[in-house]
Design a protein around this ligand. Structure first.
Ligand code: MG
Length: 123
């Protein structure tokens, strides 16, 4: 079981991910918080200490890479899964370089998302 923080500026996307994560996993993984920008992401991470963070790249103000940087600075063991649109391979590479542990491409394939969470939860 893993606790998950969802970071995405789209409310619809947060809802979609939450449903996928909780229903598709049969309650194995639980969403404990949501954030819509990078500052809130760091604040919620500190507050909630989730096992896994799903991270959008295009976020208002500072963007997802800033959130990845800040969270890993706070907790080098943070488990961050990038969830991002196609065509952003360079940014994904950058995020992995910063310490993100994996990535899933939007539109999200439910099985791929769940298997990524299972892998990260097992770490
Ligand atoms: Mg976005």
């Amino acid at each position: 079981m893993a606790t998950v923080l969802i970071v995405d500026d789209s409310k619809f996307m947060r809802l979609t991910l939450k449903n996928l994560i909780e229903k598709k996993s049969g309650g194995k993984h639980v969403v404990i918080g949501e954030a819509e920008d990078s500052a809130t992401a760091l604040q919620k991470y500190k507050e909630l200490k989730p096992d896994i963070v799903t991270m959008d790249i295009i976020l208002p103000v500072d963007g997802g890479l800033k959130a990845v940087t800040d969270i890993i600075l706070f907790d080098p063991k943070a488990c961050i899964l990038m969830v991002t649109a196609m065509g952003q391979e360079k940014i994904i590479e950058e995020a992995m370089g910063l310490g993100a542990k994996g990535f899933v491409i939007k539109p999200v394939n439910p099985d791929k998302l769940l298997s990524s969470l299972d892998i990260l939860a097992g770490k």
